[in-house]
Design a protein around this ligand. Structure first.
Ligand code: C5P
Length: 249
């Protein structure tokens, strides 16, 4: 018998990754578990440095999928070791810097697969960071002595990562359409810088709504403060899901 159409319907919650930018494990867990239907969380440098790998275990025990956003950038052997360890923890998305170069990226990718296989876990997707969106183009050119325009440099570093076998990139939603044109699915595009209609921009300058980012080709969206700092995070999360469902995602 064919599965019912309902089971084939996309689930907007699967597209949303909540950034747990919290200083300790207990507040991160309190936030994550207060949101019914939440599937994905992002553990970044602040939380991981404070709470350690155990926080990944605790989140996974709550049934959550973990994006470990530690932006590894080192020599090939160290990148490989870090990605092997991250995969063994059960992180399903892991960030590395493209600027580490193709040898390090390929070593990281191979080691992540080994690490997951050693634990009988699903192979994680490595995501390359290209040019951090906090760079001002003028300072990027002068401080790093890189003459290439930032969008071209982003495209170069994304192609470098893809060529090394990395499964996706983290990018601005405003870069998503150009990257998607060059890197069709299943290459993964994860975009922060998301603000639902009417939300405060905070320190994010170049933002789009969740539906705009997905329409531009993003695979999954990272959202932090519009949900985490809302008076009622569960309601804010549900509103994001409803916005995506209304847009056909
Ligand atoms: O609160 P907000 O929605 O701005 O949070 C976005 C999350 O995505 C934060 O964890 C931030 O560190 C991360 N991020 C970003 N821009 C990038 C890369 C990561 O905002 N270019």
């Amino acid at each position: 018998m064919l599965p019912s159409p309902v089971s084939l319907a996309p689930d907007p919650a699967d597209r949303l990754i909540l950034a747990l930018d919290r200083p300790d494990a207990s507040s991160a867990l309190a936030l994550a578990t207060a949101i019914p239907g939440l599937r994905w969380v992002k553990v970044g440098l602040e939380l991981f440095t404070a709470a350690g790998p155990e926080v990944v275990n605790l989140l996974r025990e709550c049934g959550l999928r973990v994006f470990l956003d530690l932006k590894f950038h080192d020599i090939p052997a160290t990148m490989a070791g870090a990605c092997r360890s991250a995969a063994r923890l059960g992180a399903e998305l892991i960030t590395v810097h493209s600027a580490a170069g193709s040898e390090a990226l390929a070593a990281a990718q191979a080691a992540a697969l080994e690490g997951a296989a050693a634990e009988g876990l699903t192979a994680p997707t490595l995501l390359a960071v290209t040019v951090l969106t906090s760079w001002d183009p003028g300072r990027f050119a002068s401080e790093l002595a890189i003459a290439e325009p930032v969008p071209d440099h982003v495209a170069r570093l994304a192609a470098l990562a893809a060529g090394a076998g990395i499964g996706g990139v983290v990018c601005s939603p405003l870069e998503a359409a150009a990257l998607r044109a060059r890197h069709p699915e299943p290459f993964v595009l994860v975009t922060p810088g998301i603000r639902p209609a009417g939300a405060d921009r905070g320190d994010q300058q170049r933002v789009t709504t969740p539906a705009e980012a997905l329409a531009a080709g993003a695979s999954r969206l990272v959202i932090g403060r519009p949900i985490a700092a809302a008076a009622d995070p569960a309601t804010a999360f549900a509103a994001c899901c409803a916005e995506l469902a209304a847009a056909g995602f």
